[in-house]
Ligand binder design. Structure first.
Ligand SMILES: NC(=O)c1ccc[n+]([C@@H]2O[C@H](COP(=O)([O-])OP(=O)(O)OC[C@H]3O[C@@H](n4cnc5c(N)ncnc54)[C@H](O)[C@@H]3O)[C@@H](O)[C@H]2O)c1
Length: 337
């Protein structure tokens, strides 16, 4: 018997997850749910052999084993809660909700319901980022002491996306907060963040920033530094440097091609892969395969709902630091005021 899934959201990332799920040999995507009718939604449904239905029909079907929540951020919490009540496994895109208290309450509800719930932190499934984690965890690199991460989009998103995204900290920096937790694997003791709106007047008018830096310090004094920007003059920029006691580890951008040219005036190399769908294509496939495996066998994913909650806790502290201009003393039970 195949695993039967319902996919919520037929937008940018919903299409990626729907196609990856449909390509899995043990998965049948039975339903596609998106209340906004569009040719893209209907073409996708036809392509993956799914029926377009409303949320009630998807949750009422006992033969649905799991749901993929890839809809707009402000809909995640309600859909995950409904999945918990219906006893269905969940894959939820980040962030879980825009309200930390709601995220905490939802995590409790999901725990009580006992459903398996995976979070869409695909960088954990990327071969390069994962190799860094494995190298550090093996002890071969020595102690990770200083972590630097750069995540920069090629260009700002439309203001309409910004308004429902929860802002740059919750939308973008949450990936870096998760990666910091994944690699440091230690309690965070302080969070300091600064941000500016340097690029897009529309983003500023929507009350958001487009450029930010975050500094984390662990209990034992190890440091992580994150820079995020809504514009990357060289394209999508996803790099990392992990300074360890025995060696330095890097994740570099992946070029669109590996061809390089050189002449007396200088050298030229291809630009990085353009944006997340291309750069993380294999990671998205691997995380959807992990979701199918979780539904089928109960295996643990690399990122679960608790990881989503804890990355959001760090993000909320960063927002408070940005708002007050002060470093935030952080503890495992820290909550926004
Ligand atoms: N992990 C990643 O790399 C990654 C990348 C992009 C987006 N995301 C996250 O995925 C989510 C979607 O982002 P996107 O870029 O695809 O946005 P998008 O705007 O392209 O698509 C969102 C879709 O959700 C639909 N939708 C709205 N309400 C719905 C509901 N109640 N039920 C079902 N569908 C509904 C919309 O009609 C739209 O088609 C966001 O939360 C975003 O933060 C994650």
């Amino acid at each position: 018997m195949p695993i039967r899934l319902a996919i919520f959201g037929a937008g940018r990332i919903g299409q990626v997850h729907a196609r990856n799920a449909a390509a899995h040999p043990s998965v049948e995507v039975a339903y596609l749910v998106d209340p906004v009718a569009s040719p893209g939604r209907d073409t996708l449904a036809t392509e993956i052999g799914a029926r377009v239905v409303d949320a009630d029909a998807a949750f009422a079907d006992d033969r649905i084993d799991g749901v993929v929540v890839a809809s707009s951020t402000d809909t995640h919490a309600d859909l995950v809660a409904r999945a918990a009540d219906a006893g269905k496994a969940v894959f939820c895109e980040k962030p879980i909700s825009l309200d930390f208290a709601k995220t905490e309450a939802l995590a409790e509800r999901v725990r009580n319901a006992g459903i398996p719930c995976m979070l869409g932190f695909q960088r954990r499934y990327d071969a390069s980022f994962r190799a860094v984690r494995d190298r550090i965890a093996s002890g071969a690199a020595g102690r990770l002491e200083h972590l630097m991460m750069q995540s920069r989009d090629p260009a700002p998103p439309p203001a309409s996306y910004v308004r429902t995204s929860g802002g740059m900290f919750r939308d973008t920096a949450i990936h870096d907060m998760d990666m910091a937790r994944f690699l440091l694997d230690e309690e965070i003791a302080s969070v300091y963040a600064v941000g500016s709106c340097l690029i897009s007047k529309e983003i500023g008018a929507a009350g958001d920033i487009d450029t930010l830096m975050i500094v984390l310090k662990t209990r034992s004094g190890r440091l992580a530094q994150v820079t995020n920007c809504r514009r990357g003059p060289m394209g999508y920029d996803q790099r990392l440097e992990a300074l360890c006691s025995e060696e330095v580890l890097w994740v570099e951008n992946r070029p669109q091609t590996t061809m390089r040219t050189a002449r007396p005036e200088g050298a030229w190399a291809a630009a990085p892969m353009n944006y997340f769908i291309e750069r993380f294509a294999q990671a998205y496939r691997d995380e959807m395969n992990a979701f199918a495996e979780m539904v089928e066998t109960g295996s643990r994913p690399l990122a679960d709902l608790t990881d989503g909650l804890e990355a959001q806790r760090l993000v909320e502290a960063a927002i408070e630091s940005h708002r007050t201009g002060l470093p935030i003393e952080f503890a495992p039970d820290w909550r926004p005021q």
